[in-house]
Write a protein that binds this ligand. Structure first.
Ligand SMILES: [Zn+2]
Length: 267
């Protein structure tokens, strides 16, 4: 793989589960290493209400680490209606930058689809009410998600995390003001369709993410993913795009700031 300019980068990881207990023993070192590689800002999505307060405290401990809060569709069994009330209360704190990760996961092994829809819709309404962007988790449910986004027309939009849909689906999200999260999946040679989609979309529609500790990069399977790997995703993306590495890097950073409305939060 040809190296890009990742040695001197400025990157934002728009989706990193920095609060997960797996990182408890190494969080300082992990952030230090990520920063040394140019990962200057990190957005930490929420998963379930049990973790929110801990997640907020982790984010408040470090500079340029921004929390999003939400109820993840894959943990649907854990959520209850009180969580939505607590979420609304916490969204009023001004350091919460987005609602997420939220969405629909209709993968064959997933469960409680009706309930997923209910929580997703309630959280979209909260995002609309508090004018916050959303971080979306979508599997096998792009049409169902797009239908609901069209109804609400969120402003600002948000990020479709780990996007792996078609060019047509990507275009529909872009029309609604969304960016597409590009992560480790792109680093696999076999990801031909995804590589083609990502190469052909406008630069203004792309942001970077790791989803650490999940979604390992090619060659790094079997160990927890870390935000310091973000420049490796960037290098693959740069090899697929027509822009210069500098232009691409600047574009990705600007997109992240714009779509997550981070202007006033950045330090
Ligand atoms: Zn995630």
């Amino acid at each position: 793989m040809e190296r890009g300019v990742s040695g001197s980068g400025r990157f934002m990881d728009t989706h990193c589960h920095l609060d997960f207990s797996l990182f408890d023993s190494c969080r300082e070192e992990l952030l230090f290493t990520a920063r040394a590689k140019g990962v200057e800002a990190i957005v930490v999505p929420g998963v379930d209400s049990e973790r929110w307060l801990r997640q907020l405290s982790v984010c408040r401990t470090y500079s340029s680490v921004y929390p999003a809060l939400g109820l993840h569709p894959c943990f649907i069994e854990k959520h209850n209606k009180n969580d939505l009330l607590q979420l609304e209360k916490l969204l009023q704190e001004d350091d919460v930058v987005a609602v997420g990760e939220i969405g629909l996961d209709f993968w064959p092994s997933s469960s409680l689809h009706d309930s997923q829809v209910e929580y997703f819709e309630s959280q979209l309404e909260l995002a609309a009410e508090y004018e916050l962007p959303v971080l979306l988790h979508v599997r096998k449910a792009h049409d169902q998600v797009l239908k609901r986004l069209r109804r609400l027309q969120l402003k600002p939009g948000g990020v479709v995390h780990a996007f792996s849909g078609s060019y047509q689906q990507a275009k529909q999200y872009i029309e609604l003001g969304f960016c597409l999260g590009v992560g480790g999946a792109l680093t696999y040679e076999r990801a031909k369709r995804l590589r083609k989609v990502v190469a052909s979309l406008p630069l203004s529609a792309l942001v970077l993410e790791t989803d650490a500790p999940d979604m390992p990069l090619a060659g790094l399977q079997g160990m927890p993913n870390r935000p310091e790997n973000l420049p490796l995703v960037f290098d693959v993306l740069a090899s697929l795009r027509v822009e210069s590495a500098e232009e691409l890097m600047r574009g990705l950073w600007d997109n992240s700031v714009r779509v997550l409305a981070l202007e006033s939060h950045l330090e």
